[in-house]
Write a protein that binds this ligand. Sequence first.
Ligand SMILES: Nc1ncnc2c1ncn2[C@@H]1O[C@H](COP(=O)(O)OP(=O)(O)OP(=O)(O)O)[C@@H](O)[C@H]1O
Ligand SMILES: [Mg+2]
Length: 235
Amino acid sequence: MITVDNITVRFGGVVALSGVSAEFTAPVAGIIGPNGAGKTTLMNVVSGFVQAAEGRIVHDGTDLLRLSPHRRARWGLRRSFQKEEVADDLTAHENVLVQTDHARGAGRGEEAGRLLELVGLADRAHVLGRELTGFERRLVDVARCMAGNPRLVMFDEPAGGLSMEETKRLGALLRDIHAQTGAQTLLIDHDVELIAEVCEEVLVLDFGKRIAFGPTDAVLADPKVKAAYLGTEEV
Ligand SMILES: Nc1ncnc2c1ncn2[C@@H]1O[C@H](COP(=O)(O)OP(=O)(O)OP(=O)(O)O)[C@@H](O)[C@H]1O
Ligand SMILES: [Mg+2]
């Protein structure tokens, strides 16, 4: 379980997050909301890029905000960005191997191989990052996030630029992360269909405030969410 406890973030005069709280208990949880709602800022607080003025992020008794970003990675925090972070001059296998540094013990190469197979890239393992398609790079990114005993994995709009078919495959993988690694997964995306398919619970932000949180079906049916999220009734 990951507890977001009363998080407030200010950038000068802008209040990007205002006393946001939520207890994520589902294996995969979503964060949605209009542009500028504070979704990425919340992930930045969890990963340590942004400092909260107030609040705590607690996972099974550990306050993540007390750990340096480096120690958060060792602890098991993984993050993927809108633009995947795949090194052009490393192979797919090497890109995953880098992340297994956090793992204890031997078998890192095997782990990287197993994860690439899991995401469907076994036959592309020795291809350089720059030779991979956009979707393959995204898959490498997913494999990387699953390496080295993760406890919490966060994705910020991972489906951007993917086709419907690719988005479906990505969604199935995101759903599988918990079963494969035991890690909880947080997903930001504007694709509400994807969110509905992979997330059991959802937090909705608008102008830095929580406007809804709970089981996905209930949240997406909430008139407040429909009104705020798209400004229409068509969520
Ligand atoms: N480093 C920063 N400095 C100043 N303001 C920032 C910074 N990062 C974010 N903001 C502001 O904080 C607010 C929340 O931004 P954030 O990027 O978290 O939104 P978002 O929900 O991820 O939006 P999007 O869907 O467009 O990605 C916005 O008003 C944004 O301009
Ligand atoms: Mg964002």
